[in-house]
Design a protein around this ligand. Structure first.
Ligand code: CMP
Length: 202
């Protein structure tokens, strides 16, 4: 039997720039008020090997990240820093290992129907310059591919969010042990999911 939608989980990491900008509370608030349930949360300082493993858990990540960067440059009528997606990603990964270990991060797991897509929608697109107004990246930060590539550093986009439920499973296992994940129900889940909800009239 298919597990209910409400069991979908996703990983969010508030990156070092999000912690330094004092945006942890604001970011948690945006996910919390969507109806998703917080099931794990911790602050830690990661190390380069852990970050490399995190980004390469998905065998397609190198190709997709390079292609996404090239497409963004083309859409703006600009030449990308390289025509080879893997050359771009090599640089990105090195920069990420430095950036993501530069200070504490806050890792959390959010659970609920369509958790992966809902979190990605609230986070906004990877590049803050083009992410929509109203999203976390669109509202709170101003970085661009052009600026980060010129300066040879990682794009500072406040948060990481898993790309698919399968990716989320692997990423959650990489950041959390099973006893750090909490299984509990929220009273609000009745109005979100209960087909027999009887109402609140007294
Ligand atoms: P995230 O959602 O964590 O996934 C990969 C990260 O790599 C991304 O956010 C950015 O922080 C970073 N990134 C992706 N593409 C580039 C790029 N072209 N230049 C610098 N950083 C990048």
């Amino acid at each position: 039997m298919k597990t209910h939608y409400k069991h979908e989980k996703t990983l969010v990491i508030v990156k070092p720039d999000g912690v330094q900008r004092s945006l942890v509370g604001e970011i948690v608030k945006r996910f919390e008020r969507s109806g998703l349930k917080l099931v794990a949360l911790k602050m830690l300082i990661s190390d380069p090997a852990h970050i490399e493993k995190h980004y390469t858990l998905d065998p397609n990540w190198r190709r997709v990240t390079g292609e996404k960067t090239i497409a963004h440059y083309r859409a703006k009528g600009m030449a990308p820093p390289s025509e080879d997606p893997l050359v771009i990603t090599d640089r990105v990964l090195k920069a990420l290992m430095k950036y993501m270990t530069s200070g504490p991060v806050v890792a959390m797991v959010w659970q609920g129907a369509h958790a992966v897509k809902i979190v990605r929608k609230l986070a906004g697109g990877t590049e803050p310059l083009s992410s929509d107004v109203g999203t976390i990246r669109g509202d709170y930060v101003i970085d661009s591919y052009e600026m980060s590539d010129t300066d040879g550093r990682s794009l500072r986009n406040l948060i990481h969010a898993s790309g698919s439920p399968e990716e989320a499973k692997a990423e959650i296992a990489h950041w959390f042990s099973s006893d750090e994940l909490h299984s509990y129900s929220l009273v609000q889940e009745q109005i979100l999911y209960d087909v027999n909800f009887d109402g609140t009239r007294e």
